[in-house]
Design a protein around this ligand. Structure first.
Ligand SMILES: Cc1cc2nc3c(=O)[nH]c(=O)nc-3n(C[C@H](O)[C@H](O)[C@H](O)COP(=O)(O)O)c2cc1C
Length: 359
Protein backbone atom coordinates (compact mmCIF):
# COMPACT_ATOMS: atom_id res chain seq x y z
CA UNK A 1 0.00 0.00 0.00
CA UNK A 2 1.28 3.51 -0.84
CA UNK A 3 1.67 6.06 1.99
CA UNK A 4 -1.22 8.08 0.58
CA UNK A 5 -3.77 5.28 0.65
CA UNK A 6 -5.79 5.02 3.86
CA UNK A 7 -9.35 4.87 5.22
CA UNK A 8 -9.79 8.65 4.79
CA UNK A 9 -8.82 8.72 1.11
CA UNK A 10 -11.09 5.72 0.59
CA UNK A 11 -14.05 7.36 2.33
CA UNK A 12 -13.56 10.65 0.45
CA UNK A 13 -12.91 8.81 -2.82
CA UNK A 14 -9.73 10.80 -3.50
CA UNK A 15 -6.25 9.65 -4.54
CA UNK A 16 -4.15 11.78 -2.18
CA UNK A 17 -5.00 12.82 1.40
CA UNK A 18 -4.52 16.51 0.60
CA UNK A 19 -7.42 18.88 1.16
CA UNK A 20 -7.32 22.43 -0.16
CA UNK A 21 -8.82 24.53 2.63
CA UNK A 22 -12.23 26.06 1.89
CA UNK A 23 -11.17 29.68 2.07
CA UNK A 24 -14.42 31.62 1.70
CA UNK A 25 -14.06 34.21 -1.09
CA UNK A 26 -10.35 33.40 -1.70
CA UNK A 27 -10.66 29.79 -2.87
CA UNK A 28 -12.25 30.01 -6.31
CA UNK A 29 -14.23 27.49 -8.33
CA UNK A 30 -11.13 27.11 -10.55
CA UNK A 31 -8.89 26.39 -7.56
CA UNK A 32 -11.22 23.76 -6.08
CA UNK A 33 -11.70 22.00 -9.43
CA UNK A 34 -7.95 22.01 -10.16
CA UNK A 35 -7.13 20.43 -6.78
CA UNK A 36 -9.79 17.74 -7.17
CA UNK A 37 -8.63 16.99 -10.71
CA UNK A 38 -5.06 16.65 -9.40
CA UNK A 39 -6.16 13.91 -6.96
CA UNK A 40 -6.70 15.97 -3.79
CA UNK A 41 -9.96 17.31 -2.37
CA UNK A 42 -10.94 20.77 -3.65
CA UNK A 43 -13.11 22.86 -1.35
CA UNK A 44 -15.34 25.87 -1.78
CA UNK A 45 -16.25 28.11 1.16
CA UNK A 46 -19.83 29.29 0.64
CA UNK A 47 -20.54 31.41 3.70
CA UNK A 48 -19.96 34.75 2.02
CA UNK A 49 -21.87 33.67 -1.11
CA UNK A 50 -25.22 35.28 -1.87
CA UNK A 51 -27.77 32.48 -1.67
CA UNK A 52 -28.60 32.79 -5.39
CA UNK A 53 -24.93 32.26 -6.34
CA UNK A 54 -24.42 28.98 -4.48
CA UNK A 55 -26.03 26.64 -6.99
CA UNK A 56 -24.51 28.29 -10.11
CA UNK A 57 -21.02 28.08 -8.56
CA UNK A 58 -21.51 24.44 -7.64
CA UNK A 59 -22.63 23.73 -11.21
CA UNK A 60 -19.48 25.47 -12.47
CA UNK A 61 -17.32 23.21 -10.32
CA UNK A 62 -18.99 20.00 -11.42
CA UNK A 63 -18.67 21.09 -15.04
CA UNK A 64 -14.90 21.25 -14.44
CA UNK A 65 -14.41 18.07 -12.40
CA UNK A 66 -16.19 14.82 -11.73
CA UNK A 67 -14.08 14.12 -8.65
CA UNK A 68 -15.09 14.62 -4.99
CA UNK A 69 -15.71 18.18 -3.80
CA UNK A 70 -16.06 19.67 -0.32
CA UNK A 71 -18.54 22.50 0.33
CA UNK A 72 -17.98 24.58 3.46
CA UNK A 73 -20.24 26.68 5.67
CA UNK A 74 -19.78 28.66 8.88
CA UNK A 75 -21.82 27.87 11.97
CA UNK A 76 -21.20 30.90 14.16
CA UNK A 77 -23.46 32.17 16.90
CA UNK A 78 -25.69 35.10 15.98
CA UNK A 79 -24.03 38.45 16.83
CA UNK A 80 -25.28 40.25 19.94
CA UNK A 81 -25.84 43.56 18.06
CA UNK A 82 -24.83 45.58 21.09
CA UNK A 83 -25.73 49.23 20.26
CA UNK A 84 -23.14 50.73 22.60
CA UNK A 85 -20.35 48.54 21.25
CA UNK A 86 -21.41 49.31 17.67
CA UNK A 87 -21.46 53.04 18.38
CA UNK A 88 -18.03 53.01 20.02
CA UNK A 89 -16.54 51.06 17.13
CA UNK A 90 -18.12 53.35 14.52
CA UNK A 91 -16.75 56.36 16.39
CA UNK A 92 -13.32 54.76 16.41
CA UNK A 93 -13.36 53.89 12.71
CA UNK A 94 -14.72 57.31 11.65
CA UNK A 95 -11.20 58.83 11.73
CA UNK A 96 -10.12 56.42 8.99
CA UNK A 97 -13.22 57.27 6.94
CA UNK A 98 -12.33 60.96 7.23
CA UNK A 99 -8.72 60.23 6.23
CA UNK A 100 -9.91 58.58 3.00
CA UNK A 101 -12.60 61.17 2.30
CA UNK A 102 -15.44 58.66 2.73
CA UNK A 103 -18.65 60.52 3.66
CA UNK A 104 -21.00 57.81 4.84
CA UNK A 105 -20.09 55.68 7.77
CA UNK A 106 -22.27 52.58 7.25
CA UNK A 107 -24.37 50.98 9.95
CA UNK A 108 -22.93 47.83 11.44
CA UNK A 109 -24.81 44.87 9.97
CA UNK A 110 -24.45 41.13 9.45
CA UNK A 111 -22.14 40.22 6.56
CA UNK A 112 -23.00 36.52 6.37
CA UNK A 113 -25.53 34.02 7.66
CA UNK A 114 -24.75 31.19 10.02
CA UNK A 115 -25.65 27.87 8.26
CA UNK A 116 -29.44 28.03 7.93
CA UNK A 117 -32.34 26.02 6.52
CA UNK A 118 -32.12 27.69 3.11
CA UNK A 119 -28.45 26.72 2.83
CA UNK A 120 -29.27 23.24 4.14
CA UNK A 121 -31.88 22.75 1.38
CA UNK A 122 -29.33 23.77 -1.22
CA UNK A 123 -26.69 21.51 0.30
CA UNK A 124 -29.04 18.53 0.16
CA UNK A 125 -29.91 19.40 -3.42
CA UNK A 126 -26.23 19.66 -4.43
CA UNK A 127 -25.42 16.48 -2.48
CA UNK A 128 -21.61 16.87 -2.56
CA UNK A 129 -19.27 14.11 -1.41
CA UNK A 130 -18.13 16.20 1.55
CA UNK A 131 -19.38 19.10 3.67
CA UNK A 132 -17.21 20.86 6.23
CA UNK A 133 -18.17 23.37 8.88
CA UNK A 134 -16.15 26.09 10.59
CA UNK A 135 -16.91 27.25 14.18
CA UNK A 136 -18.56 24.01 15.29
CA UNK A 137 -21.57 22.29 13.77
CA UNK A 138 -25.18 23.04 12.84
CA UNK A 139 -28.02 21.67 15.01
CA UNK A 140 -28.80 17.95 15.39
CA UNK A 141 -31.76 18.03 12.99
CA UNK A 142 -29.58 19.48 10.24
CA UNK A 143 -26.84 16.90 10.91
CA UNK A 144 -29.42 14.10 10.74
CA UNK A 145 -30.63 15.27 7.32
CA UNK A 146 -27.06 15.55 5.98
CA UNK A 147 -26.23 12.08 7.29
CA UNK A 148 -29.32 10.60 5.61
CA UNK A 149 -27.68 11.47 2.27
CA UNK A 150 -24.34 9.97 3.38
CA UNK A 151 -22.53 13.27 2.89
CA UNK A 152 -19.18 13.03 4.70
CA UNK A 153 -19.08 15.62 7.53
CA UNK A 154 -15.93 17.39 8.74
CA UNK A 155 -15.34 20.18 11.26
CA UNK A 156 -12.35 21.82 12.94
CA UNK A 157 -11.17 21.50 16.54
CA UNK A 158 -8.60 23.73 18.20
CA UNK A 159 -8.55 21.79 21.50
CA UNK A 160 -8.95 18.15 22.56
CA UNK A 161 -12.22 19.15 24.26
CA UNK A 162 -13.64 20.40 20.94
CA UNK A 163 -12.47 17.25 19.12
CA UNK A 164 -14.40 15.10 21.62
CA UNK A 165 -17.52 17.27 21.20
CA UNK A 166 -17.31 16.88 17.41
CA UNK A 167 -16.87 13.11 17.68
CA UNK A 168 -19.96 12.87 19.90
CA UNK A 169 -21.96 15.05 17.50
CA UNK A 170 -21.64 12.69 14.55
CA UNK A 171 -18.85 14.06 12.33
CA UNK A 172 -16.94 11.61 10.13
CA UNK A 173 -13.50 13.25 10.46
CA UNK A 174 -11.95 16.00 12.56
CA UNK A 175 -9.55 18.72 11.50
CA UNK A 176 -6.95 19.50 14.16
CA UNK A 177 -6.36 23.19 13.49
CA UNK A 178 -3.03 24.28 14.95
CA UNK A 179 -2.30 27.81 16.09
CA UNK A 180 -0.07 28.32 13.03
CA UNK A 181 -3.11 28.30 10.72
CA UNK A 182 -4.06 31.23 8.50
CA UNK A 183 -7.57 32.72 8.54
CA UNK A 184 -10.16 32.30 11.27
CA UNK A 185 -9.55 30.16 14.31
CA UNK A 186 -12.16 27.38 14.26
CA UNK A 187 -12.57 27.64 18.05
CA UNK A 188 -16.20 27.12 19.04
CA UNK A 189 -16.41 25.74 22.57
CA UNK A 190 -13.11 26.57 24.21
CA UNK A 191 -11.84 30.08 24.87
CA UNK A 192 -9.60 31.48 22.15
CA UNK A 193 -6.69 31.37 24.58
CA UNK A 194 -7.25 27.65 25.25
CA UNK A 195 -7.04 27.07 21.49
CA UNK A 196 -3.58 28.63 21.17
CA UNK A 197 -1.91 25.24 20.65
CA UNK A 198 0.69 24.51 17.99
CA UNK A 199 -0.09 21.62 15.61
CA UNK A 200 2.82 19.49 16.87
CA UNK A 201 1.20 19.33 20.32
CA UNK A 202 -2.46 19.42 19.35
CA UNK A 203 -2.47 16.76 16.64
CA UNK A 204 -1.17 13.69 18.56
CA UNK A 205 -3.37 14.59 21.54
CA UNK A 206 -6.49 14.68 19.34
CA UNK A 207 -5.41 11.48 17.56
CA UNK A 208 -5.18 9.77 20.97
CA UNK A 209 -8.48 11.21 22.21
CA UNK A 210 -10.81 10.25 19.35
CA UNK A 211 -11.34 7.20 17.16
CA UNK A 212 -12.16 9.13 13.96
CA UNK A 213 -9.70 10.04 11.20
CA UNK A 214 -7.89 13.28 12.03
CA UNK A 215 -6.84 15.84 9.41
CA UNK A 216 -3.92 18.12 10.24
CA UNK A 217 -4.12 21.84 9.46
CA UNK A 218 -1.94 24.84 10.23
CA UNK A 219 1.44 25.75 8.82
CA UNK A 220 1.77 22.76 6.48
CA UNK A 221 3.43 23.95 3.27
CA UNK A 222 5.55 21.15 1.86
CA UNK A 223 6.24 17.40 1.89
CA UNK A 224 8.12 17.64 5.17
CA UNK A 225 5.04 19.03 6.89
CA UNK A 226 2.82 16.36 5.34
CA UNK A 227 5.16 13.50 6.29
CA UNK A 228 5.55 14.86 9.84
CA UNK A 229 1.82 15.15 10.44
CA UNK A 230 1.16 11.66 9.03
CA UNK A 231 3.83 10.39 11.47
CA UNK A 232 1.97 12.17 14.28
CA UNK A 233 -1.14 10.18 13.39
CA UNK A 234 -2.99 12.35 10.87
CA UNK A 235 -4.80 10.57 8.03
CA UNK A 236 -4.80 13.67 5.85
CA UNK A 237 -3.80 17.32 5.69
CA UNK A 238 -5.67 20.54 4.96
CA UNK A 239 -3.61 23.37 3.48
CA UNK A 240 -4.89 26.91 3.12
CA UNK A 241 -2.09 29.45 2.83
CA UNK A 242 -0.02 27.26 0.49
CA UNK A 243 -2.93 27.27 -2.02
CA UNK A 244 -3.51 31.05 -1.61
CA UNK A 245 -0.45 31.74 -3.74
CA UNK A 246 -1.75 29.62 -6.65
CA UNK A 247 -2.82 31.72 -9.66
CA UNK A 248 -6.32 30.14 -9.45
CA UNK A 249 -7.00 31.72 -6.02
CA UNK A 250 -8.91 35.00 -5.98
CA UNK A 251 -6.58 37.11 -3.92
CA UNK A 252 -6.27 40.93 -4.17
CA UNK A 253 -2.92 41.96 -5.75
CA UNK A 254 -1.98 43.84 -2.55
CA UNK A 255 -2.64 40.68 -0.53
CA UNK A 256 -0.61 38.65 -3.03
CA UNK A 257 2.19 41.16 -2.70
CA UNK A 258 2.10 40.84 1.10
CA UNK A 259 2.19 37.03 0.77
CA UNK A 260 5.16 37.23 -1.59
CA UNK A 261 6.99 39.42 0.91
CA UNK A 262 5.80 37.57 4.01
CA UNK A 263 9.33 36.43 4.85
CA UNK A 264 10.04 39.95 6.05
CA UNK A 265 6.72 40.35 7.86
CA UNK A 266 4.94 38.93 10.88
CA UNK A 267 1.59 37.17 11.14
CA UNK A 268 -0.65 37.70 14.17
CA UNK A 269 -4.13 36.84 15.40
CA UNK A 270 -6.65 39.69 15.34
CA UNK A 271 -10.41 40.26 15.57
CA UNK A 272 -10.11 43.69 13.94
CA UNK A 273 -11.33 42.73 10.45
CA UNK A 274 -14.31 40.51 11.21
CA UNK A 275 -14.96 40.38 14.95
CA UNK A 276 -13.47 36.90 15.30
CA UNK A 277 -9.86 35.91 15.87
CA UNK A 278 -8.04 35.14 12.64
CA UNK A 279 -4.38 35.03 11.60
CA UNK A 280 -3.11 37.48 9.02
CA UNK A 281 -0.03 39.43 7.99
CA UNK A 282 0.42 42.44 10.25
CA UNK A 283 -0.66 45.70 8.63
CA UNK A 284 -1.86 49.09 9.84
CA UNK A 285 -5.37 48.21 11.07
CA UNK A 286 -4.14 45.05 12.78
CA UNK A 287 -1.43 47.02 14.57
CA UNK A 288 -3.64 49.96 15.51
CA UNK A 289 -6.39 47.70 16.91
CA UNK A 290 -3.94 45.75 19.05
CA UNK A 291 -5.13 45.86 22.67
CA UNK A 292 -8.50 47.36 21.68
CA UNK A 293 -10.37 44.04 21.31
CA UNK A 294 -12.97 45.22 23.85
CA UNK A 295 -14.37 47.75 21.37
CA UNK A 296 -14.73 45.31 18.48
CA UNK A 297 -18.31 44.14 17.75
CA UNK A 298 -19.19 40.49 17.12
CA UNK A 299 -18.49 38.38 14.05
CA UNK A 300 -19.75 38.66 11.33
CA UNK A 301 -20.67 42.35 11.57
CA UNK A 302 -17.30 44.13 11.61
CA UNK A 303 -16.71 43.66 7.87
CA UNK A 304 -19.73 45.85 7.10
CA UNK A 305 -17.74 48.90 8.19
CA UNK A 306 -14.15 47.75 7.52
CA UNK A 307 -14.68 46.34 3.99
CA UNK A 308 -15.74 49.66 2.34
CA UNK A 309 -12.74 51.33 3.94
CA UNK A 310 -10.42 48.50 2.84
CA UNK A 311 -11.71 48.72 -0.75
CA UNK A 312 -11.28 52.51 -0.94
CA UNK A 313 -7.78 52.34 0.53
CA UNK A 314 -6.88 49.44 -1.79
CA UNK A 315 -7.95 51.48 -4.83
CA UNK A 316 -5.31 54.01 -3.75
CA UNK A 317 -2.74 51.22 -3.46
CA UNK A 318 -2.89 50.92 0.38
CA UNK A 319 -3.10 47.47 1.94
CA UNK A 320 -3.66 49.05 5.39
CA UNK A 321 -7.24 47.86 5.94
CA UNK A 322 -7.31 44.62 3.92
CA UNK A 323 -7.46 41.35 5.82
CA UNK A 324 -4.18 39.79 4.67
CA UNK A 325 -5.04 36.30 5.98
CA UNK A 326 -2.03 34.00 6.05
CA UNK A 327 -0.60 31.27 8.25
CA UNK A 328 2.83 31.16 9.83
CA UNK A 329 4.31 29.25 6.89
CA UNK A 330 3.33 31.90 4.32
CA UNK A 331 6.99 32.50 3.36
CA UNK A 332 7.08 28.89 2.06
CA UNK A 333 4.53 29.66 -0.70
CA UNK A 334 5.46 28.94 -4.34
CA UNK A 335 3.09 30.84 -6.66
CA UNK A 336 2.59 27.77 -8.86
CA UNK A 337 -0.65 26.39 -10.35
CA UNK A 338 -2.68 24.16 -8.02
CA UNK A 339 -2.03 21.02 -10.09
CA UNK A 340 1.73 21.59 -9.90
CA UNK A 341 1.51 22.28 -6.17
CA UNK A 342 -0.34 19.00 -5.49
CA UNK A 343 2.20 17.10 -7.63
CA UNK A 344 5.10 18.82 -5.83
CA UNK A 345 3.66 17.98 -2.40
CA UNK A 346 3.17 14.33 -3.36
CA UNK A 347 6.66 14.03 -4.83
CA UNK A 348 8.27 15.59 -1.75
CA UNK A 349 6.30 13.42 0.68
CA UNK A 350 6.97 10.26 -1.34
CA UNK A 351 10.71 10.89 -1.36
CA UNK A 352 10.70 11.34 2.44
CA UNK A 353 8.90 8.03 3.01
CA UNK A 354 11.16 6.30 0.48
CA UNK A 355 14.21 7.56 2.37
CA UNK A 356 12.78 6.37 5.69
CA UNK A 357 11.86 2.95 4.29
CA UNK A 358 15.34 2.50 2.80
CA UNK A 359 17.06 3.12 6.14
C1 LIG B 1 -7.65 33.07 3.50
C2 LIG B 1 -8.19 32.00 4.37
C3 LIG B 1 -9.57 31.85 4.47
C4 LIG B 1 -10.10 30.79 5.22
N1 LIG B 1 -11.46 30.61 5.23
C5 LIG B 1 -11.96 29.47 5.78
C6 LIG B 1 -13.33 29.12 5.59
O1 LIG B 1 -14.08 29.84 4.95
N2 LIG B 1 -13.77 27.97 6.14
C7 LIG B 1 -12.94 27.13 6.84
O2 LIG B 1 -13.40 26.08 7.30
N3 LIG B 1 -11.65 27.45 7.06
C8 LIG B 1 -11.13 28.58 6.53
N4 LIG B 1 -9.80 28.88 6.70
C9 LIG B 1 -8.95 28.05 7.58
C10 LIG B 1 -8.45 26.80 6.87
O3 LIG B 1 -9.49 25.86 6.80
C11 LIG B 1 -7.26 26.11 7.58
O4 LIG B 1 -7.54 25.85 8.92
C12 LIG B 1 -5.96 26.90 7.48
O5 LIG B 1 -5.81 27.50 6.24
C13 LIG B 1 -4.77 25.96 7.73
O6 LIG B 1 -3.61 26.69 7.95
P1 LIG B 1 -2.60 27.19 6.79
O7 LIG B 1 -3.27 28.39 6.22
O8 LIG B 1 -1.36 27.50 7.53
O9 LIG B 1 -2.46 26.09 5.79
C14 LIG B 1 -9.24 29.94 5.95
C15 LIG B 1 -7.84 30.11 5.86
C16 LIG B 1 -7.32 31.12 5.07
C17 LIG B 1 -5.81 31.26 4.97
Amino acid sequence: MEWYENDLTKALNIKYPIIQAPMASAASVELAAAVSNAGGLGSLGLSYHKIENILPDYKKIISKTNHSINLNFMTHKEPSNNDILNKNFRDHVSKYYEEYGLDTLPNITNTCESFNSEQLDLLLQMNPKVVSFHFGLPNKEFIKKIKELNIFIISSATTVKEAKILENSGVDAIIAQGFEAGGHRGTFESSYKEGEIGLFSLLPQIVDAVSLPVIAAGGIADGRGIAATLMLGAKGVQLGTAFLSCPEASVHPLWKNALNNSGDRETRITSAFTGRPARGIVNRLLKEMDGKENIIPDFPTVGSIIKPLANTAAKKGDEDFLSLWAGQSAPMSHNIPAKDLVEKLIKETSSIFKRINNN
